[in-house]
Each structure stands twice: as structure tokens, then as C-alpha cells.
Design a protein around this ligand. Structure first.
Ligand SMILES: [Zn+2]
Length: 318
């Protein structure tokens, strides 16, 4: 296991356990998971838009005909993981209580459409938003809250199989949940794990995120599906954990030296080991969260995003 090709669509990790992968894994292109038992199934996350979620459900219908999705697990409140939930109105939708509280504070579909649409501001941030989010059509998305919440840990049956939900946030967001499938050694990490791209720490603290990586490793799962990027293994989690340790150290040193969070998060500071990862400008967002944990006051989100847009390394165009 773990050797799935990184191509768009539903990949079998085991006979009744799947990963739905969405290359290139950059902003908004998120992965989902599917655990089947007989004619019942549990889905881990939906997609960013109604159309992309229809595509996901069509792929499931084609590969698992007759299977009924009775449970949806939402790993966290970011739209790219739950803005298709409305298409599964017959299913129980499970998320952490912290996620449910955070749902209203998240950017809403209409806001994101305005920020990334053709009439978005003519600024570097507007340009950034248009290029990264302008391809998604948020028309018709109704943000749908979980029908069941939990804290800590929850075992969920899928016919004769059992899936374990573990709350590990706040880390990437307030209410992060990872999904362990013990009978096949598979773990769906949501955005606790990014592969091939720089993560975004919206909330932190980073120590909690490092502990979440340890929690993943402690399950003994050997096949790990990240929220973005190709399927990986425990070695991939350890690499990501090392990156977070570097973030923690960089934040402390830069904060003590009086650097701004956007200087601390400059892509120029990134060690060679992570030099090939995409979206290095997202380190600015991560550093803002790390700085808040170190004592910085609240930051304005638009300002943080504007600094990230400024830090984006751009290919020189013609
Ligand atoms: Zn995501």
C-alpha cells in the first residue's frame, strides 16, 4: 500500500478502502477518503464546490455501485473539505465540536467568490486570489454544519468495520480531526498533513501540530492519505514533522530578533530540504500564527494574506 499513483480519481488502497486524490494538491485541490463495508460506506471530507463533489460521488458510484454513504466525516472547517456536504443530506455528518463552532467564522463561499472573481480588487492580493481561487465555481454552495459533534475520540461503525476519529486540533485549524482505519492500517490525515506543498497554519500552536504528527505515527498506520498531495507512509509524516520543528525554531529565533512575521516567513529562509515544496509564500501565514502564540497581538487576515501574496515567488513572464 501507499504506492497509489498521484492521478485524479478514486484509488483502492485495499479491497474496501479508498483515497480520492486531486492533483496538483495546491490551494483548494483536496483529497477525500472512503471506507466501505458491504453496501455501506463512510466518506472522509467532500470537495470545494458542488460540481467537484458531484464528480467525487460519480466516481464512487462507478467503482462501488449500490453503496450508500451513511456517514461523512468532516476533518476541519476549511471549504475545500466540506463545501460539498449539502449533496449528502441523508448522511450523518460528523465533526469535532470545535469545527462546528468555527464554521461561522470561516470565509463564506460568496466572500471567496468576490475575493477571487473577475471584479476582485486590482491589487497584488486580488491578483493572487484570482490566480489561485478564480478557477473554482462556488455558485450554489450552502455551508452545511455537522449533524453530530464530538470531542476527543469517537469510534464509528461502518457495517462490520470500525473507524476511529481522533481530534488533534487546534493545529491547522481549531477543530482538526484525523481518521484511522485500524483493520487495514490506513489513516486519513486531513490537513494535518500536506505532501509536496507548504502547509498553512491558520490556528496553531505548532507544538500541538507536532504532537498530532506523533499521534499519527503512534497509530502504526503504514498508509497515510494527506489532505493535499500524494499518498505517503510514516517516513513522509516524519519529514513533515521535521519541517514543523524547523518552523517552531525559526519563529522563536526571528521573533527574538525582532523580525516581522512576514520577514520570518520569507521563502528565502526555507531550508534546501523543503525547497521543492509548492506555495512557499504560505510560510508567511504560518509564521503569523506562530508569532501570535509567541505573544504577537491579533493579525488582520486580509493583511496576512496580502503579505503572503507579496512573498510569492513568481516566474518572470515573457
Ligand atoms: Zn485543505
Amino acid at each position: 500500500m501507499g504506492g497509489s499513483l498521484y492521478t485524479r480519481g478514486l484509488h483502492a488502497l485495499d479491497r474496501e478502502t479508498f483515497a480520492y486524490l486531486s492533483p496538483p494538491g495546491t490551494w483548494g485541490w483536496s483529497n477525500c477518503g472512503l471506507v466501505v463495508s458491504g453496501d455501506r460506506a463512510l466518506l472522509v471530507d467532500t470537495q470545494f464546490t458542488v460540481a467537484l463533489t458531484r464528480e467525487l460521488l460519480d466516481a464512487i458510484g462507478a467503482q462501488c455501485p449500490g453503496v450508500v454513504i451513511e456517514t461523512v466525516v468532516t476533518t476541519h472547517a476549511n471549504g475545500d473539505h466540506c463545501w460539498g456536504n449539502q449533496l449528502l443530506s441523508d448522511a450523518e455528518v460528523i465533526g469535532s465540536a470545535a469545527l462546528a463552532h468555527g464554521l461561522a467564522d470561516e470565509v463564506q463561499p460568496e466572500q471567496l467568490a468576490a475575493l477571487s472573481g473577475p471584479s476582485s480588487p486590482d491589487t497584488p492580493l486580488g491578483d493572487y486570489m484570482r490566480r489561485h481561487f478564480g478557477i473554482f465555481d462556488f455558485t450554489g454552495v450552502r455551508v452545511t454544519a455537522p449533524t453530530r459533534t464530538f470531542t476527543g475520540r469517537l469510534e464509528v461503525p461502518v457495517a462490520d468495520r470500525t473507524v476511529e476519529l481522533i481530534e488533534v486540533g487546534p493545529a491547522h485549524t481549531d477543530g482538526d480531526v484525523i481518521v484511522h482505519v485500524p483493520d487495514v492500517g490506513v489513516l486519513y490525515a486531513g490537513d494535518i498533513l500536506f505532501v509536496g506543498g507548504h502547509p498553512i497554519m491558520w490556528t496553531g500552536p505548532v507544538d500541538n501540530w507536532i504532537a498530532a504528527c506523533d499521534r499519527i505515527l503512534a497509530t502504526g498506520a503504514d498508509c497515510i492519505v494527506p489532505g493535499h498531495g500524494p499518498v505517503t507512509d510514516p517516513a513522509g509524516v516524519k519529514t513533515f514533522r521535521a519541517y514543523l520543528e524547523w518552523v517552531a525554531q525559526r519563529a522563536e529565533q526571528a521573533y527574538a530578533a525582532g523580525l516581522s512575521y512576514w520577514e520570518a516567513g520569507s521563502p528565502a529562509a526555507i531550508p534546501l530540504a523543503y525547497g521543492g515544496w509548492g506555495n512557499p509564500e504560505r510560510l508567511v501565514i504560518t509564521m503569523a500564527a506562530a508569532y501570535r502564540a509567541l505573544g504577537d497581538g491579533a493579525h488582520d487576515l486580509t493583511e496576512v494574506l496580502a503579505h503572503a501574496a507579496d512573498a510569492e515567488p513568481r516566474k518572470v513572464s515573457r
